[in-house]
Design a protein around this ligand. Structure first.
Ligand code: MN
Length: 505
């Protein structure tokens, strides 16, 4: 059950606005040039989802039909609108009001340079997106419809990159809206931030979050066939440095861990879930707290996983895994653990007792090891131990339930090499320098009520999450290189007001 390409069979529909006024010849040129632009964008290799050009939109009825069809078609995960000519925007109202897919407004044009010596009225009439896109921008803003805006010539790689990142966010949104999350057990007792309104989460993210008895998982694990376990162990041996004792005296314990992975995978497969979460306080008769299995969910299956009943982070990890598909790096549960306050070397160390995924990249090969775990009262769990690979402009994202809505909080961070051996630490970890600094980042994080659990993504960065949050209509507060504690506090107050007043969602 490998990580299936989430962009396969998905499409972004490309709608070009015009009107009948221009006559047959001009409209023929509009269609031909639009096709050339879409072909060129598809050929860049920078946009992971195929752009599909639809017939030029020349009337209110055709716009309405286009938007209704885009909204209903499961393949279509987003709509790009571009006004080649002038397209009076009242004709877009009924269509835009019925659009249920993410929208991107592309402000481009066919010509790169003003044809200084040959430009005449005919040319200007045909190529007036600077004009037409303003009319379109007005109506989208007036209707209060969220959209990404990308400006630039279609041959500019930055334009394709922005569209590509948005396409990834569209795929994340599509995945979120088709996501089922399997919870084994409830949230860790007495923890506040891992709680949340699951019914509201289904309304906002489309994700269905439900609980299954741990006994059912125990039943799945018991039924796993030996062949499946042995295939997993071969996969461990191929991808990781397996500690010699696991291949010898403690082989049976690795066998149990692999059997647990297989049981979880089989159960999630049967129920069609793409994210899971467990709780070390509620393991029934499982022998080990699952370690290596869930660590492999994001990297091997593209699934989300989180610990201690934190389904919100499991949702984020699934979305992050989908958005980052095919790029270097990936998504994982992360948890802030320890600061380094040494001047000039300020950093944060994240980890978890077991569940951090090698999806985010590792320095060297992850090692499969077995060590005791002080909590949970179970047998020693088998887990992957590694240090996250350095990566500039990675992000950690948290979701907290702030009573009447969800708040996403993101910090742009640079994952760095550790400055010591960490040889006594029996779990996966990553070190990072938070932007703009450890002190400002932590102060802002605490101010915003962000979780100690986050989704770290080293594949996609802030822009994909910004696009995702805009599509979802969810608050996103960002701590980056330009953040000041004072400014952030003020922005948070404004954001609080905006999101309480906002009745679009
Ligand atoms: Mn935790």
């Amino acid at each position: 059950m490998a990580f299936a390409n989430p962009f396969d069979n998905k499409e972004i529909w490309f709608g070009v606005g015009s009107q009948d006024l221009y006559g047959e010849e001009a409209l023929r040129q509009v269609a031909a040039q639009s096709a050339q632009i879409v072909d060129a964008l598809n050929a860049t290799g920078r946009i992971p989802v195929k752009l599909v050009l639809k017939p030029t939109l020349k009337s209110s009825d055709s716009v309405k039909r286009f938007m209704v069809e885009a909204s209903a078609d499961d393949r279509c995960i987003g709509v790009i609108a571009w006004m080649h000519t002038f397209s009076p925007a009242k004709m877009w109202i009924r269509g835009l009001e019925s659009l249920r897919k993410p929208l991107l407004q592309l402000n481009t044009q066919h010509h790169f340079e003003i044809p200084w010596d040959s430009i005449d009225m005919d040319f200007m009439n045909l190529n007036q997106s600077a004009h037409g896109d303003r009319e379109f921008g007005y109506i989208v803003t007036r209707l209060g419809i969220a959209r990404k805006i990308v400006v630039g010539h279609y041959s500019d790689p930055e334009v394709a990159d922005h569209i590509g990142t948005w396409a990834r966010a569209c795929a994340g949104w599509d995945a979120s809206n088709n996501l089922k999350v399997m919870r084994w057990g409830d949230n860790m007792r007495n923890v506040a931030v891992t709680e949340g309104d699951k019914t509201e989460a289904e309304r906002v993210f489309g994700a269905s979050i439900n609980t299954w008895a741990v006994n059912e998982l125990v039943g799945y694990v018991d039924k796993v066939k030996e062949d499946q376990v042995k295939a997993l162990i071969e996969d461990y041996k191929a991808k990781y440095d397996v500690a010699p004792e696991l291949l010898d005296a403690r082989y049976d314990e690795m066998f149990v861990a692999a059997k647990e992975e297989a049981g979880m995978v089989n159960m999630m497969g049967d129920y069609g879930t793409a994210a899971g979460v467990d709780n070390f306080e509620d393991l029934g008769t499982l022998s080990q707290l699952p370690g290596v299995g869930p660590q492999r969910f994001p990297s091997e299956y593209g699934w989300g996983f989180s610990a201690e009943g934190d389904w919100k982070t499991a949702v984020l990890v699934r979305i992050g895994a989908v958005m980052g598909y095919g790029l270097d790096g990936g998504a994982s549960l992360m948890e802030d653990y320890s600061y380094n306050f040494v001047p000039g070397h300020e950093m944060n160390m994240g980890s978890h007792m077991l569940e951090v995924s090698p999806s985010i990249g590792a320095i060297g090969k992850p090692r499969l090891e077995i060590h005791p775990l002080g909590i949970g009262g179970k047998a020693d769990p088998v887990r992957l131990v590694f240090t996250g690979a350095p990566k500039k402009d990675a992000v950690v994202v948290s979701m907290s339930d702030v009573r009447e809505r969800f708040r996403l909080l993101m910090n742009v961070v640079d994952v760095v090499e550790p400055e010591g051996s960490l040889k006594m630490l029996p779990c996966a970890r990553a070190l990072w320098k938070p932007q703009p600094s450890l002190k400002v980042s932590a102060e802002c994080w605490l101010r915003a009520g962000g979780s100690h659990h986050t989704c770290m993504t080293t594949s996609v960065g802030r822009e994909a999450w910004e696009d995702f949050a805009r599509i979802a209509g969810v608050e996103l507060a960002t701590i980056d290189e330009d953040t000041t504690a004072r400014g952030f506090e003020r922005d948070l107050e404004l954001s609080e007001m905006v999101h309480r007043l906002d009745n679009r969602h």
